[in-house]
Ligand binder design. Structure first.
Ligand code: NAP
Length: 266
């Protein structure tokens, strides 16, 4: 089996990475950064998000596992004290795969540029960089509402505990192939009206945001901006992607337990 290890870049994570690499090689696994079967990330959820985008072109052949060297993560759910145990599991046990849904985002431009397709593990956000964002929200080809406000966030179920949660969105179990649309400070009065609640859409329902005013917008996919402040974005289309992200599971750690331990108490 081929593996790679990525680090957040701090000393502790780097040292753990080196230790894991050495132990797995002693266990006769092959270090391969180009085409790994398993990607082990050491750091936090942000580290796993970065690794996801590095290997997004070969999701069917790649499984991820995350170790957190900070606070408990949703993707990074192993602690450094468990690393030896994890390494033994990776060497000896055929692991289970758990698949989570992803978000497909297609951005179309007004200036003739080819459309771009992206996959998000957490979410896509659209924000105006000057004044309010005004856009039509279409669901399954029908106009649903005209949004006016700071921006919109379309998240995956596993991303529902990230930015979406800060916007008052619901936490969705990752077994639900769905996406969630949540608002950032919508203007609601007798002239402008939006639903005001987060919406959960099932697989194969498309949500299209058509920008109506000439403001430059910032579109983010997980931790990166694409590209900064673009005035020529015409539409942003989101739906549940056909691809899924695969996590290697060596022991049960139910999602609701992770939610409780992250947000309520250990
Ligand atoms: P960051 O701004 O350095 O950190 C964002 C925080 O979100 C980190 O604590 C990260 O955990 C945590 N996080 C990432 N994915 C998560 C998930 N699925 N569930 C719960 N927490 C999660 O940025 P980053 O580390 O590169 O992560 C990018 C993400 O930050 C974006 O995808 C977005 O969801 C989130 N974000 C949140 C807000 C907000 O809540 N107001 C604003 C902007 C961006 P670790 O410390 O374990 O890495």
């Amino acid at each position: 089996m081929k593996f790679t290890v990525t680090s957040r870049g701090d000393t502790h994570s780097d040292q753990l990475c080196e230790m894991i690499k050495k132990e797995l090689q002693l266990g006769e696994l092959v270090f391969d950064e180009e085409a790994p079967d398993i990607v082990i990330t050491v750091g936090g959820d942000g580290t796993l998000l970065e690794a996801f985008h590095v290997y997004a072109h070969r999701l069917e052949e790649t499984a991820f596992v995350g170790i957190h060297t900070g606070h408990l993560g949703f993707y990074a759910d192993w602690v450094p004290e468990e690393v030896e145990h994890l390494v033994t599991h990776i060497i000896k046990t055929p692991y289970q795969i758990v698949e989570y849904p992803l978000l497909e985002v297609v951005i179309r431009y007004r200036d003739g540029r080819a459309s771009k397709r992206h996959l998000a593990l957490n979410e896509c956000t659209v924000k105006s960089t000057e004044g309010s964002l005004v856009c039509n929200v279409e669901i399954k080809g029908e106009t649903f509402e005209t949004f006016r406000g700071d921006g919109l966030c379309m998240s995956t179920p596993s991303g529902s505990t990230a930015y979406n949660k800060a916007l008052g969105g619901a936490i969705l179990h990752p077994s639900l192939a769905s996406m969630q649309l949540s608002e950032m400070a919508s203007i609601n009065n007798r002239v402008y009206r939006t639903l005001g609640s987060p919406l959960v859409l099932p697989q194969h329902h498309t949500c299209l945001l058509k920008l109506l005013n000439d403001v430059s917008v910032q579109v983010t996919i997980d931790h990166f901006n694409i590209p900064n402040y673009d005035e020529n974005v015409d539409t942003i289309q989101c739906r549940v992607a056909e691809e899924k992200v695969r996590f290697a599971r060596f022991r049960p750690f139910p999602f609701w337990k992770r939610v409780k331990e992250s947000f309520i108490s250990e």
